[in-house]
Design a binder for this molecule. Structure first.
Ligand SMILES: [Zn+2]
Length: 272
């Protein structure tokens, strides 16, 4: 039986899509009930009462009929605010969209996310405030590995437990190898110490205490390559929103981005 209860909750709009002619389905990450799909009748009509509350990249205090199963319904909204910088910038938009796609595939619907709710909200706040979106996204990626059942050992050598020698990353050993054990894996990443430093840091860094993230662009590229490889080989996700970011990187190295890319970006992909 479907249980429903009228409840107040905080939420972040993850994505929305049109439904029928005038209606909309809006997926909201809620603090109390996890991810929930809401059915908004008439949301595509002009002057829809709750339109400000269901814009992409909005957070708000909502009230509604939250059902244990199937679609839920919104009744009222207090203090809705949109992450303005994110919604006005196609690149930031792409990173935020990707983070929400990770959350969407990583966590089951209708189960509270615990502290992850605040973490995702904080990632949005930081990106919106101008922190490097790629690096904030990498932090979420690295910390979410455990959600996908992958928990690489990123503190000490997986073989001997040492932490005082140069490291490398080994997928077959599931984490770090110290220099003494590099010979055990010919397919180790051959990563720079700087990139490994950030990979380790990102796995434990607290998004609420972060002051700044200044990672050189060469190291950024290396980090991206490492994290992509770990995700590809051990998580095996293929998200449209991620492919879009990869495309941005390719263009970014060739062109002055926005102008020439605008035709490419008109259809910002969403993972439904
Ligand atoms: Zn070792």
């Amino acid at each position: 039986m479907v249980e429903h209860r009228f409840a107040d909750f905080s939420g972040l709009v993850m994505y929305r899509k049109n439904y029928k002619e005038k209606d909309m389905l809006v997926k909201i990450l809620t603090d109390r009930f996890g991810k929930k799909m809401f059915y908004l009748r008439g949301a595509n009509r002009p002057k829809f009462r709750l339109s400000a509350a269901i814009l992409p990249f909005t957070r708000a205090e909502y009230g509604g009929d939250v059902r244990s199963d199937g679609l839920s319904f919104l009744n009222n909204v207090k203090s809705a605010s949109q992450f303005q910088t994110i919604s006005n910038d196609l690149f930031l938009n792409a990173y935020a969209t990707y983070i929400f796609s990770l959350v969407d595939v990583g966590f089951p619907d209708s189960e509270p996310l615990g502290s992850w709710y605040q973490k995702i909200e904080q990632a949005m706040v930081l990106i919106d405030e101008g922190f490097d979106a790629a690096m904030i996204t990498h932090i979420i990626e690295v910390q979410m590995l455990q959600i996908f059942g992958v928990q690489p050992q990123l503190q000490v050598c997986t073989v001997c437990g040492r932490s005082d020698l140069p490291f490398d990353f080994s997928e077959s050993y599931g984490g770090l190898l110290c220099q003494q054990h590099w010979h055990l894996d010919h397919n180790r990443f051959h990563a720079s110490q700087r990139a490994l430093y950030y990979l380790r840091l990102f796995s434990v860094i607290d998004l609420f205490k972060i002051q700044s993230v200044n990672v050189k662009s060469a190291t950024q590229m290396e980090l991206k390559t490492m994290i992509d490889r770990i995700y590809q080989d051990t998580v095996g996700l293929s998200l449209k929103s991620k492919q879009f970011i990869d495309k941005m990187y390719q263009f970014d190295s060739q062109l002055p981005p926005l102008k020439k890319m605008s035709s490419e970006i008109d259809n910002t992909p969403k993972d439904d």
